[in-house]
Write a new protein. Sequence first.
Length: 164
Amino acid sequence: MGGNLRKNSSGHARNVDEIRKKWTTYMSETKKKVAKQRRELKKTGGGPPPADLKPLEESVIGIIGDTPIDGIPGGTDVGGETELGTATPGPSNMSESADVPVVEAALSPRLDHEQESRSSRLSTRVKQPEDTYGANILRFQEELVQIEREKLNVQKELLEIERA
């Protein structure tokens, strides 16, 4: 499978496996950046706003779609494990600027098509987890109140039995 596909700006010709690894790493780093932005948006107080996503990063988010971005804090992203057979967390040793021409070439048909709507989709996705989270909390609180009522009823019955 390993024929050279394309040379990047540094002159290094990458094969399919190297391109897949770069894509997986870039996708993972982009997901981490979006997750950090979401956490920053929920915070209050002063300070600078979170850094905006680069157009290529926004395109990556548009491509991966509903793939979960917020995960277990401190967990390792293994999104590419099934395709590659191995996942390597952390930044790549190769420079990011060397990757961009290869990834942009692979994405260029989608970049033009998704240019206009990606910001609105990103803001919609940011709001959805909060709505779901709030609904889940409300449901759990209602269940907790119901359990507490049942517990009180059982305690009342026990008290009546003790008095009798």
